[in-house]
Design a protein around this ligand. Structure first.
Ligand SMILES: *[C@@H]1O[C@H](CO)[C@@H](O)[C@H](O)[C@H]1NC(C)=O
Length: 292
């Protein structure tokens, strides 16, 4: 009888863990660039912390991060990173100022392409976008998986460094004239007209400019300036997310609807996660019957 009670406890715990696994999301970060990328992850104020705040990804490497329910924050890629003779770690683009691989609460130094998330927001929906408001350093894409709702893919696939207007170019020692990142007009000139502050602090007074249009034309679904909300914020419910650096067109197909299985890029779909727990529950039930 004690064994039976014990089995019921295990069964209950298994069921609880089945349901809690539905609420947290798996984010898979994948590097398809032909150069290494060091991820940066920053949690918003008052949001649960992540298990990591930054890690390296070699070309074609992926890593998954368990993201707690109701998390909000941003993720980005750091490039051209190195450790100096004193052991200090720095990156030419996207540096977070921590001096180490982990960002430890530091945000990206502009210019940097950002993937922004608010999970379980209004009506239980996740809100996400790719932002070029703080400039651009590398192509990025967000692909929701297994969620319900619109769940559009968004991103900036284009190489905006190549044709970056000369006034916006960030160059680095040893890279000649080559642009390693492309600044936003706000970052380059600090003018309220570009930054949407001062006399330009409302959606009505802050308009696109020829600079923001360079970003918008190349990356129509990304935020190109602060009030670019209409075409740049997307929603999905109960999804996992794959964030790809340097996505290739083959990986940009749209995934729609609930229950669609994860593609080969390493994301764990909701179904698989739940299935794992389901197998565990069955195993416990079988053990229980066997002991009777
Ligand atoms: C999502 O994609 C569909 C089909 O491509 C498009 O019609 C729709 O406008 C997009 N939704 C948003 C919010 O942009």
């Amino acid at each position: 009888m004690e064994k039976l009670q014990f089995s019921f406890v295990i069964l209950t715990l298994s069921l609880i863990s089945s349901f809690s696994s539905i609420q947290s999301a798996t984010f898979t970060l994948t590097n398809q660039c032909n150069y290494p990328v060091w991820t940066g992850l920053l949690s918003g104020a008052g949001t649960p912390p992540l298990p990591t705040t930054g890690f390296p990804l070699q070309p074609s490497q992926s890593n998954s991060v368990a993201v707690p329910p109701s998390w909000s924050g941003r993720m980005w890629g750091r490039t051209l990173c190195s450790t100096d003779s004193t052991g200090k770690f720095t990156c030419v683009t996207g540096d977070c100022g921590s001096g180490t691989m982990e960002c430890n609460g530091g945000g990206a130094t502009p210019p940097a392409t950002l993937a922004e998330f608010t999970l379980n927001g209004a009506n239980g929906m996740d809100f996400y976008d790719i932002s070029l408001v703080d400039g651009y350093n590398l192509p990025m894409m967000i692909v929701p998986q297994g969620g319900s709702g619109n769940c559009n893919v968004t991103g900036c696939m284009a190489d905006l460094n190549k044709n970056c207007p000369s006034a916006l170019r960030l160059t680095a020692a040893g890279n000649g004239d080559e642009s390693v990142a492309c600044r936003s007009a706000c970052g380059a000139f600090g003018d309220p007209m570009y930054c949407c502050n001062g006399a330009y602090s409302t959606p009505e007074t802050c308009s696109p400019t020829s600079y923001s249009e360079y970003f918008k034309t190349a990356c129509p679904t990304a935020y190109s300036y602060a009030y670019d909300d209409g075409t740049s914020t997307f929603t999905c419910t109960s999804a996992n997310y794959v964030i790809t650096f340097c996505p290739t067109p083959a990986n940009s197909r749209k995934t729609t609807g609930a229950g669609q299985s994860a593609d080969s890029s390493g994301g764990i779909s909701l179904g698989e996660g739940f299935g794992g727990h389901f197998v565990m529950v069955i195993a416990v039930l079988l053990t229980m019957v066997w002991r009777l």
